[in-house]
Design a protein around this ligand. Sequence first.
Ligand code: FUB
Length: 307
Amino acid sequence: MVSVLCTLALLPGTARADNPIVQHIYTADPAPLVHDGRVYLYTGHDEDGSTWFTMKEWRVWSSADMVNWTDHGSPMSVATFSWASKDAWAGQAVQRNGKFYWYVPVVNRATGRMAIGVGVSDSPTGPFRDAIGRPLVENGEIDPTVFIDDNGQAYLYWGNPNLWYVRLNADMTSFSGSPTQVPLTTAGFGARTGDAARPTLYEEGPWVFKRNGLYYNVFAAKCCSEFIAYSTAPSPTGPWTYRGTVMPTQGNSFTNHAGLVDFKGGSYFFYHNGALPGGGGFTRSVAVERFAYNPDGSIPTITMSTG
Ligand code: FUB
């Protein structure tokens, strides 16, 4: 659990130190990025607790100590993408060559289907502009995660109900060839029962990273009381081996969404739940737990400190 050293008043420009991290608006789909001594936390914004997601913008928060968080407002929204109509869903930002690239799923007005756009900025806090003026990927699926390997090759993964990846070009805003579909085997992603269309646990929200030479894919499993599970592989393209549960179903939200970073000697697991008053599946809140990898690199079971 994150130690709470202080609790800030709910002043503009601040967020509270304890879980949930943000307590004055609803936030979802956390995507942390470590840069220059700070953790930048990119989130969605749940604006209405009715019967479906109402998400029009993304938000940025940052912290140097994982206790005090600064609110950087909303430097990117659906309106940033002239071709987009709605649904500012789960994305991830990465830094390369002095620029920050933020990959997000959003509905393409022309097709009515989800596409992946990419925003770019000179600063981790924006403002972000549409990097290419059109979708980067169009196949109706969601939840991009971006990973740059040690040799400089960048990968974009995404998908629900499938899992896809492309190798991004060095410009981070284009790719060569066609998207590759990852084989969703039960050995790779666990076995689901009772849904012939989805034989594995993989649902959505992949988060791919490398640690001590091992590639991890931490993902949301088995809608619609999602838990967080993970797979590992010897390469960024697999083959993946299912490794089990990271965070069990908990927390008054039918989705969950993971983001992991190492920061100043600690490992941190970000997620969301419905822990705030009025919280639920469409009024979520991002939270974080500090944890330690097991000596063999496996991830321990992490439970929510609130929710
Ligand atoms: O926030 C909208 C969607 O819910 C995300 O894209 C999924 O990962 C789930 O959290």
